[in-house]
Write a protein that binds this ligand. Sequence first.
Ligand code: FES
Ligand SMILES: [Fe+2]
Length: 372
Amino acid sequence: MYINFWYPVATSEELTGEQPRRVQILGLKFVAFRDTQGLAHVLSDTCVHRGASLGKGRLKDGCVECPYHGWRYDGDGRCVAIPSLAEGEKPPARAKVDSYPVQEKYGIVFAFLGDLPADERPPIWDVSEFDQPDWRANRLVVFEVDYYYERSIENGLDPAHNEFVHPNQGAPQVQHDFRKHPIEIEEHPWGGQFKVSFDHPDQEIGLLASKEIGHDKANGVVAGSGHLGPNTLVTMIHFNETNMFHQYFFEAPIDNSHTRIFFLNMRHFMMEPEKDEMIIDINMQIAKEDIDVMSEVDPIRTPSTNSKEILLPTDRPIVRYREWLRDWDARGWRIDWKTLQAQRGDVAFAIPSPSRRASKNWVLDPVPLLTP
Ligand code: FES
Ligand SMILES: [Fe+2]
């Protein structure tokens, strides 16, 4: 698990403005709330007075109020009121908690969990079709799985599992001509994308295959996947030039064996709103087929060396994803989970926020990171 990426914290609807919301991401607790203007904020959950959970408190005047002694924190994480101080006394300068950059997009509140300055941060995936009239966004679906988020992303980058795990989806079979047409990965600054064509019993489907990839066969569906950062998975399924799904998994690792997935499905056909629930049902059946297999994968987490598995040419996108992870390891962004676990209970940690680069004197220790 890595600092310095955007993580989905809550749906816009979940942040009602009435109650703070407490969530766990990367093994740590956060509190999310809206101020009086309706702007979303995400803070570290631990009150720096004596450690109570801010997420268990309440909202007052656009601030979150600690349930223990009523210290109040604004959206920037500054403590602005301490009821037990005498009149005229100000909260101490150290009375602040980490506040994380927030963006609200696609009905999701994202927080940047890290300390990089704005111009060095990786982006959130741009769902450019989100507002286009010929595309429709389904209601967001949020679900939790009992496996590690990297295994989930790898599953999405794996073109060879479909015909076995999802036989009810028309049994699309990956075209086995990788020697002639190895999987090409289009790189971008924070990940990559590939496209693969699938044979499909329906000859009408998949003319795009020959056009886009240059395959000899023109009887397949073109599907592709990609990732941005360690935790965003993009799947594009083009049945033909008009029938298309684009699916986005924005993933929040809860800890090192549980993941919360925010699933945005965009479609370019069946535009009627009444079709939403049916499409969700089909998508969740497919997700369940993946979950059944993925929940039993051993080890739960991606092995630290590829020699502990046998990887084939169809696993190339997964190998490339793992290379990206090693890049982010080398930048020192990987959380040292073993140390975190060993010290938990004795030390309260926070993901360092960008303000830690400008001011010192923070009460909570920064989360331990693996040194490259
Ligand atoms: S622990 Fe939060 S106000 Fe005392
Ligand atoms: Fe799958």
